[in-house]
Design a protein around this ligand. Sequence first.
Ligand code: ADP
Length: 235
Amino acid sequence: NISHELKTPVGAVAVLAEALMEETDPAVVHRLSDHLVEEAHRAVRTIDDLLKLSEIESTSVGDEIVELGVVVQSAVARGRVVDGGRGVEITSLDVPGGVWLRGDERQLTSAVGNLVENAVKYSHAGDVVQVRTRVDETAVEVMVADQGIGIPTRDLDRVFERFYRVDRARSRETGGTGLGLSIVRRVAANHGGEVLVSSQEGEGSTFVLRLPASLVVPPPERSLIDLHEEQQRRE
Ligand code: ADP
């Protein structure tokens, strides 16, 4: 799978570069260069995601204390960048302040970020993406719901597989690598949790990252020095 996924963009880069060498018409040169850059970026994204996945698979979860609200905020920010003003609205609701988890901040940020990024990519302009969190005695949940194209029932089980795309052409258009949800699933498992999906084709999808409540820890004690610095900043 990996060699195929890399061979396609790298092969395209080679063909486009050769065509460019013989081309003199500035308009064609321009078009070929655009394609060349696009294919090169595709290869880079695939390599980046493969490295991320292999790092997540091979390292154990860092023993950090992570604030849930910060993870959600940075995922929402990433969604806005991906949207790039296309007009998908992202709202985050019910994010309780002061919920701290024992986990790996980079991994959790990457997982929730991937869910928000997908929700934006597979939505239409004007659709709303909602990010909600819920904390109870059994679990901490981050829910990402969109009103986008949805996923056919027959594909629901497979979307977490590496390089699986429901619609290859659509994923290509949106610059997808087909690895985002494999990363989410792996991050969930590393934290003793899971990722669930429900979807209706044409109506939207909801992904839930569900982590065990045992990860919740009391807020870290801040040192007197931290408090002093904070006080000074306020003044
Ligand atoms: P990609 O890089 O292609 O987005 P992912 O692993 O993140 O890869 O997702 C796998 C496939 O699942 C996507 O190609 C897309 O077909 C489908 N998918 C993921 N998230 C959504 C969503 N929110 N709405 C509709 N389809 C989705």
